[in-house]
Every structure is written in C-alpha cells, then in structure tokens.
Design a binder for this molecule. Structure first.
Ligand code: ZN
Length: 325
C-alpha cells in the first residue's frame, strides 16, 4: 500500500470512504449490457427498504449481498441501480417498496414479515459498530444516497409529471417536458478553527451529553469552500477567520452529503454563540482535545465517534497524525 498515493490522503481514513467499485459509467446508457450483467452468476445487490439496509443474519454475522434471485423473492421493488463492479461481483442496489417492511409493535424493530433470517439495521449503526467490512460500508453509502434520491425525486421538479429512471439509475428523465435530473450530492463545510494552542469546538443540543465537535454548515450557491468556512464560523461563533486549509472529504450518506473538512486560522478570541444553531461553543487546549479523543477528559467531555470526519480533523490537529479505524 505504500506505493498507493491515496494511502497518504486523510480522506482515505474517514468513515464511508474506500469504495472499491469501478462504477462502469461507460456502460450505464447501454440497457442491454446492464441487463446482461444482472443475469450473470456473479451479480449481487445491496438491498434497502426506504433508508434502511436489509441484511442476512448468518452464523458469522451480518451479510450485505443478495443474489438477484434472492432480491426477487423479497417482493416488488421501486428501483434497481447499477453501482459498479468489484474484482468478484457486479453490484446493484435495490430499493424495495416501503410496505415490504413494517413493525409488529409501535416501537419494535423494523422487519420483513416471515423473514426472521433477515435484519434491518440503520447504516449509521452498522458503520459505528463496524458490523460490515469498510469497503462494504462505503458501497452501502453510495447505495443509500442514490436510492434516497430516487425515492424523493419521483416527479419532475420542473413540470410535476412522473419521472422515470434512466442510465442504470444515474439519471431520471421526464417524458412530459424532456428535463433530465441527476443525483444530488450536497456539500457541507466542516472546519476546525484554531488559534495557537487552542481550537474552537461547539455542541448542538441534540448531541450526546458532553460531546463537542467541529462547526459545520451547508455550502450555499455562489460560494467558494473558503467563503463558506469563513461565513459559517462567523455566523455560529462570531469569530473572524483567515487562511483555510483543505484537509479531507467524506461521503456522508445521511442522506446524500459530501463533508469538506478544513482547518482554518482564527483571527480573534471572543466567541459570540448563535444559540439558534449551537448550545455552546468554546476554546479547547490541545491537551484537552487529546483527553477528549482518549475518553479521559476530567469533566467527561468527549469527541465525535470515529466514523465522523470531525474526529479526524481533531485528531490530526491534536496529535499531528492520522487515526485509522
Ligand atoms: Zn417535466
């Protein structure tokens, strides 16, 4: 791996990265070839009901891949997308109709009736607990984001007529007005503002108790990454910031975001918290961040979980090294 240039990239170590698929984009418009790939013995599919992955519960743990015959047996589907090809298999992603799964009790687990051999487990939990191999988690992220887009874009946003999947799932077309629609990825800037030996972290009310993280916000139309970073830190914490350094990016499939991780130099000390966005924001010393990352902060304060790019940014700044997980 030392000769692989990506092994030096911080992005290679963040959660949901490391997707091994050749996306076969040159084949997407050839429906005959895509159908032929689906008929081959090495065709497999990841399966979702709404936003939730469907998994096989085997002796050795959870298994994500279904043969296409197994997918057919699960019931009618909304869409099937060609994700790409690994060394072993052509991989599709299938979105089953939402009524395929349900809950026996109001607060019970989501399940497919009569299929006790299957488990429906949300992707955040699968990734956080590393219940599948990293490359499979990355393929799941691709599948979840593109299937989410199909599920929420069934009608043309220009004229309101129903749209239809095309290009093996990488486009939708409107027959009524001719508009083509492409899957969305929404960019979010996430940044660690630093000043000397301290960095700025904030917490939202919905965070786990005591957890502090890097500030973040959606990049808006007409903005550079650097402009979005400077605007967000000013809006959320009232801190003017200068030079922005890009560090890493991360596909974040909740639902279809690209996190753009940066370090940025703060030009002032005095924080004014925007309480509509944040419960608190304050400066932390490097030693304190090291304790938070190690789970040994005296007041019980903590850092985001390892799948979060915010933790990678904090780790790089606090220890000047990449944290593998
Ligand atoms: Zn239309």
């Amino acid at each position: 791996m030392m000769s692989d240039p990506s092994s030096q990239e911080l992005s290679a170590f963040v959660g949901f990265s490391g997707n091994p698929l050749d996306r076969l984009s040159e084949l997407r418009d050839d429906a005959g070839k895509v159908a032929a790939l689906a008929r081959q013995d090495d065709a497999r599919s990841l399966v979702f009901v709404a936003d939730t992955p469907v998994l096989k519960q085997g002796e050795a743990g959870l298994e994500a891949f279904f043969t296409l015959a197994e997918v057919e047996a699960l019931g009618p589907r909304l869409e099937q997308v060609l994700l790409g090809r690994t060394d072993e298999a052509t991989v599709f992603a299938t979105l089953l109709r939402p009524e395929t799964a349900g809950r026996a009790e109001a607060n019970g687990p989501l399940a497919i009736p009569g299929r006790e051999d299957l488990a429906l487990v949300d992707l955040r939990s699968l990734a956080a607990k590393a219940q599948l191999e990293r490359p499979v988690i990355a393929m799941m992220a691709q599948a979840k984001s593109v299937l989410f887009w199909h599920d929420r874009h069934r009608f043309c946003s220009r004229c309101g007529a129903p749209s239809a999947m095309a290009s093996a799932g990488w486009k939708r077309e409107c027959a009524a007005c001719g508009t083509q629609h492409f899957p969305r990825t929404d960019p979010v800037v996430i940044m660690l503002a630093t000043r000397g030996d301290r960095c700025l972290l904030g917490r939202q009310a919905r965070f786990a108790p005591g957890m502090y993280s890097a500030l973040a916000g959606f990049l808006e139309p007409g903005e550079t990454i650097e402009e979005a970073v400077r605007r967000e830190v000013m809006e959320e914490a009232g801190i003017r910031v200068g030079a922005v350094t890009y560090m890493a990016s991360q596909p974040w499939p909740f639902p279809a975001t690209l996190m753009i991780g940066c370090l940025v130099e703060a030009l002032g000390d005095e924080i004014t918290v925007d309480h509509t966005e944040l419960e608190d924001a304050r400066w932390f010393t490097r030693a304190e961040v090291q304790e938070m990352l190690g789970g040994e902060h005296a007041n019980g304060l903590g850092a985001p979980q390892p799948i979060a790019i915010a933790r990678s940014l904090m780790r790089v700044w606090a220890f000047a090294q990449i944290e593998k997980f």
